[in-house]
Design a protein around this ligand. Sequence first.
Ligand code: ADP
Ligand code: MG
Length: 367
Amino acid sequence: MKVELQNLTKIFPSRNKKSGGEVTAVNDFTFTIPDGKLVGLLGPSGCGKSTTLYMISGLQKPSSGKIFFGDEDVTELSPENRGVGLVFQNYALYPHLTVKQNIMFPLQNLRGADKLSKQEMQERALEAAKLVQIDELMDRKPSELSGGQQQRVAIARALVKMPRVLLLDEPLSNLDARLRLQTREEIRRIQKETGITTVFVTHDQEEAMSISDMIVVMKLGVLQQIGKPQDIYDDPTNLFVAKFLGTPPINVFNGKVENGTLYIGSDAVLEVGGVSDQPVWVGIRPEGFTPDDNGALVCKLNNVEVMGRDVSVVSTHEASANPIVRSIVNADNKIDVTAENIKYSLKPHKVFIFNKETEERIYFEVK
Ligand code: ADP
Ligand code: MG
């Protein structure tokens, strides 16, 4: 089921009459979630991810704008009539019901033509439980399950009505690191198996990158960029997106363009065609540095961290916007760890420049 948001906006009235000021939690969102895809809604806390999800589910009404499922306008439709499955951050299982009863619960309210017999409900619950691999635990109570198992029950409960759209709000944040990894792979598997269009909310860029077909990056209620994870990483539209995606994070420097040359401090690091003279932010991905005795970027070497195949080189530069510059280079590079400085040449496609004020990307021609 394709999901389309058109100029979707949510304004919350001020909670405090005196201080005034409403909150625009979601500001004029227009995008399409393709049928059968998993889309990651990504952004820092408070950027409007949950609000967007709740509007898609029908739990919250938009202040303006429209939502379509396929060709159907569902903006005025109640949550029960939208055919969505919702999983919250805290799984909110009924503690006094067994796993089976928890999963069957949404089916018990079905009325009219949709009404199921007890037998049918049990079959559907078992099917959903098998999908998330908890069919052995059907008679347990939630308190007798691990965090990961509880979250699977919550996912099974969201799937049991065979929703048109599956909505997951930070579903992994209560799990420990190992379970988080395992459960996110599980969610990806289930999504692929069922082909249900899924929206996955997270503030964790690595999580979003690893399982999404498409990522929507948000900041303070405003959409920043939409695209495939790799495309956004390789081609960020502004400094915020460049900084938000990637581990280790991108290195940012104060720089300037003068006569077609990009400077970091006084180092002339790259020829950049088609850019007028101006101060800029320079972003360089950790993998964008090549140790090179003739390299133009000269950094003070702090230390070299061995990681096996690669090494992580920690240095400083007076024009760096961060306390350290971190580069990831192939371990075949023999780095003299006793040297005072390390010189780098740069891979042009790993270097991004941004307007100093608007922080929007400035595109340049590689010479
Ligand atoms: P996220 O899920 O990305 O952390 P939310 O969608 O929960 O962000 O919130 C977005 C913004 O809207 C925040 O500034 C939050 O304080 C505000 N907000 C969310 N729900 C309400 C509400 N019911 N009333 C007033 N403000 C709200
Ligand atoms: Mg949230």
